[in-house]
Design a protein around this ligand. Structure first.
Ligand SMILES: C[S@@+](CC[C@H](N)C(=O)[O-])C[C@H]1O[C@@H](n2cnc3c(N)ncnc32)[C@H](O)[C@@H]1O
Length: 325
């Protein structure tokens, strides 16, 4: 595993205290954000994507306006990755108000100018499809995201699917009328932290993740996700041994993050895999066994929360190959 890629830029200014344990979404701020964006004269008439991202970020600086977006520092690292790896089909878990969807999807039409985007997809398996599919549980947040994405001129490029992620993933091919196999080139996981591992396993089973897919998981330092890191850093042998054990009916104690930040690079390489035998209730009864034979190579991209100045990172895992068991 490569070391944490250090972001050389200074930490962003601190606009809010850490929000954990407080109400930091769902109190009307997302609807207020949409109204605000739609009221700004400079965002009407195709302003491009950056002014919309800047306006979302500015709004989030206000009192009780913190937004749980990926933000600029981690976002820039992922944008670099997109421009380097040139994914055609990108899947996101957790749209929220659309910041990451705008930030990442804006590169697709430049990289793949001749491809067909979701607004014009047909069922034709031979079609040269590109696009950004984003899953969001909340109708309210999805409405804000759609509005912001329209203002950014990306309405044809991004498709938001509302509903709980796990059943949405099970039904995704049908919902989007996509042929099988349909592998996504990149997946951005940024929804409910305990769901990361179960949903990753569901995507493996559904063939949405396969050799070549790059998976970027946000917030693996703040608040952290030891079970997820253990899964993507485990060997096929470790995963097979784990699957031989019965599923857990209750959530086991969550393993804490390492106390020394320099340990992040190697932490969880032999981590709490047993925690992934528990399926959160939010999975709506869909249990993922996953494909233990998939081999990943992982590294972290460092950055900061865009408003609190807390250090955070994304785990970038490349699916290298499928080992025969
Ligand atoms: C951290 S925010 C996403 C931020 C967004 N990716 C960005 O960077 O702009 C997490 C989002 O996941 C959504 N979410 C939570 N549980 C979900 C589930 N089971 N299925 C789909 N979305 C879910 C929340 O409603 C919230 O909008």
């Amino acid at each position: 595993m490569a070391p944490i890629a250090v972001d050389e830029r200074p930490a962003p200014p601190k606009y809010h205290e850490p929000v954990q344990g407080t109400v930091y979404h769902g109190d009307g701020r997302e609807e207020a954000l949409l109204k605000h964006l739609q009221s700004l004269p400079e965002l009407q008439n195709n302003p491009g994507t950056q002014p919309v991202l800047d306006a979302i970020h500015e709004f989030g600086k206000g009192e009780n306006r913190y937004l749980m977006s990926v933000g600029d520092t981690k976002g820039t690292g992922i944008e670099k990755l997109i421009n380097e790896k040139k994914p055609k089909l990108v899947l996101e878990l957790g749209s929220y108000v659309g910041y990451s969807a705008i930030c990442f999807s804006r590169h697709l039409p430049k990289i793949h100018p001749n491809s067909v985007y979701p607004a014009n997809w047909t069922g034709d398996a031979k079609e040269d499809k590109a696009g950004y599919i984003s899953l969001e549980k909340s109708e309210v947040y999805a409405a804000t995201a759609r509005g912001a994405i329209e203002l950014a001129g990306l309405g044809d490029v991004v498709k938001i699917v509302t509903g709980s992620s796990t059943p949405s993933l099970k039904n995704l091919r049908k919902t989007l009328n996509l042929p099988r196999p349909i592998k996504f080139d990149m997946v951005f996981i940024d929804h409910l932290k305990p769901l990361y591992t179960n949903d990753l396993k569901v995507m493996e089973e559904e063939g949405l993740i396969a050799p070549g897919t790059i998976i970027v998981a946000d917030n693996v330092v703040k608040p952290g996700n030891p079970a997820y890191l253990s899964y993507v850093r485990a060997t096929p042998e470790q995963k097979r041994a784990m699957l031989a054990r019965p599923p857990l009916k209750t959530q086991p104690p969550v393993t804490p993050n390492p106390s020394d930040p320099s340990d992040w690079e190697t932490a969880f390489c032999d981590g709490p895999l047993e925690e992934t035998l528990w399926t959160p209730v939010e999975s709506d009864g869909v249990t993922g066994r996953g494909d233990p034979d998939l081999v990943y190579s992982s590294e972290m991209i460092g950055g900061w929360d865009p408003y609190t100045g807390e250090r955070d990172a994304c785990e970038v895992s490349v699916c290298l190959r499928k080992e025969s068991s």
